[in-house]
Design a protein around this ligand. Structure first.
Ligand SMILES: NC(=O)c1ccc[n+]([C@@H]2O[C@H](COP(=O)([O-])OP(=O)(O)OC[C@H]3O[C@@H](n4cnc5c(N)ncnc54)[C@H](O)[C@@H]3O)[C@@H](O)[C@H]2O)c1
Length: 451
């Protein structure tokens, strides 16, 4: 199958290399020429575990270019461009609509590809893309109607390839049988698990076949928003309980374990901490609230989910105020910048909110992250912070250290020795991943979330 993917970002790039790996020929288009040039040279513009390695393995099955390189023989075109949040909470469809316009102007009459919307988009967007492309075709004197299917993406950054090869389900929203069949064929090696797993990504023991869900475009679009809102709500729920645990002297880790083992609840996404970040949860929950409002329908769970998440970031400041008393003039170190491990993504990252608050309160801020520091310097050049070369340099002269991102390598750092470099041995474990007893035995004042 010849597949064109529009957008070489976290989703587009991961999907491209995965589809190339399972046997398709993939051409990935981006409007960002710098991005395309770097991909053509074999370097990737993002940090996503395993993508670079797999790109090296797929060789000529994948290619990159700008719109000029569009291949009109494509069987399928997958739109995977960004849908950022507008001020009012709505999803900004500028990029999706621009891609639809381009497609309407460029696809060939002889071979209309099935257009697939993988971007997270408001309900009704498949129809909107269909009408934009259809209108362009009409203006070119082409009488054919394009087919647009919805295929929401559920991958998690940091483990995006794993999620692509071993998904729980693949959702297709279309009423067109040809589109449904062609998508089933594209995903067949994943649905049937017939591909040979990459060495670094073995098939999990006991992995069963993913479900293939076919539904209407509207349901597929709502599935995506509802899934993200539920996951965000689950995190906010445990964070709400964490606040209570702190007050009554319970340990939220034990509480979460105790409730998560109930199969109706489940353990994933029950980790109390600084809350979620990233490009999706915030904007998708806001978008769900926004669409509901258009129908004069209130969504209090969605609103509370966001409110609690913001409160978690402020909790860190409160904990620092309570242990240091005065933040002004103190030196605070952040372990981790990316919104989660395995990525350099800083979109809606708790680290940036916390840094800004600390700077506002007059602290000197030092940071260390194994991969996201370049991105931070590039994206937030205005931040007056010190980038440490390693955790030891970070620890030097600190009044308090805050673990913001639970990178594996932060779990076993030589905290004892790092503590000797600190002015005050205060550590706030914003992800509840450190060994409380060990740190306390090394003289730290350990402060977790909900413990
Ligand atoms: N990042 C995630 O974890 C994730 C997970 C599931 C779904 N999604 C959804 O997938 C979509 C893409 O997200 P992302 O994180 O990959 O975004 P991204 O910003 O990393 O990548 C988008 C890419 O699209 C390119 N682009 C924009 N408009 C274009 C156009 N008209 N023509 C060609 N290229 C264009 C941009 O230059 C950019 O490289 C969003 O709707 C997002 O909500 C993201």
């Amino acid at each position: 199958m010849l597949i064109t993917i529009i957008g070489c970002g976290y989703v587009g790039l991961t999907t491209s290399v995965a589809l190339a790996y399972i046997g398709h020929t993939v051409h990935c288009i981006d409007q960002n020429e710098e991005r395309v040039a770097s991909l053509q040279q074999g370097t990737i513009p993002i940090h996503e575990t395993g993508v670079l390695e797999l790109l090296g393995e797929v060789g000529k099955s994948i290619s990159f270019g700008t719109w000029n390189s569009f291949n009109s023989n494509s069987d399928v075109v997958i739109i995977a461009v960004g849908t950022p949040r507008k001020e009012n909470g709505d999803a900004d469809l500028t990029y999706v609509e621009a891609a639809a316009q381009k497609l309407g102007a460029i696809i060939s009459e002889e071979k209309l590809p099935v257009i697939v919307n993988k971007s997270t988009v408001p309900i009704g967007s498949a129809r909107r893309v269909e009408s934009i492309v259809g209108h362009c075709l009409h203006e070119r004197g082409i009488k054919k109607q394009p087919v647009v299917a919805s295929n929401p993406e559920f991958l998690r950054e940091g483990v995006a390839l794993f999620d692509t090869f071993y998904p729980d389900r693949i959702v297709i929203g279309t009423t067109d049988l040809y589109a449904e069949n062609i998508l089933r064929e594209i995903y067949a090696p994943i649905l049937e698990q017939t591909f040979t797993p990459p060495d670094f990504l073995p098939r999990p023991v006991g992995f069963t076949f993913p479900a293939f869900i076919t539904t209407t475009p509207a349901s597929a679009e709502l599935i995506k928003y509802a899934a993200n809102t539920f996951l965000a709500m689950k995190i906010s729920f445990i964070n709400e309980v964490a606040g209570l645990a702190e007050r009554v002297g319970a340990d939220i880790k034990e509480v979460a374990h105790g409730i998560g083992l109930d199969k109706r609840i489940g353990l994933p996404y029950l980790n109390a901490g600084l809350g979620w970040g990233g490009s999706c949860f915030g904007k998708d929950v806001q978008a769900l609230i926004h669409y509901a409002r258009q129908y004069d329908y209130d969504t209090p769970l969605g609103r509370a989910t966001i409110q609690i998440n913001l409160r978690q970031r402020e909790e860190v400041i409160k904990k620092l105020q309570s242990s240091l008393k005065i933040i002004r003039g103190s030196t605070i170190g952040l372990l981790g910048l990316s919104f989660k491990p395995g990525t350099d993504d800083l979109r809606d990252a708790p680290s940036i909110t916390i840094i800004n608050r600390l700077l506002e309160l007059g602290a000197h801020v030092k940071v260390y992250d194994p991969v996201a520091m370049n991105n931070c310097q590039k994206t937030y050049p205005e931040l007056d912070i010190h980038y440490a070369r390693n955790p030891q340099e970070l620890a030097n002269g600190l009044d308090a250290m805050v673990l913001v991102t639970e990178w594996d390598e932060f779990i076993d750092l030589p905290y004892g020795r790092m503590g000797e470099l600190m002015r005050q041995k205060i550590i706030i474990d914003g992800r509840n991943v450190l060994d409380k007893q060990l740190l306390e035995s090394e003289g730290f004042n350990y402060i977790g979330i909900g413990r």
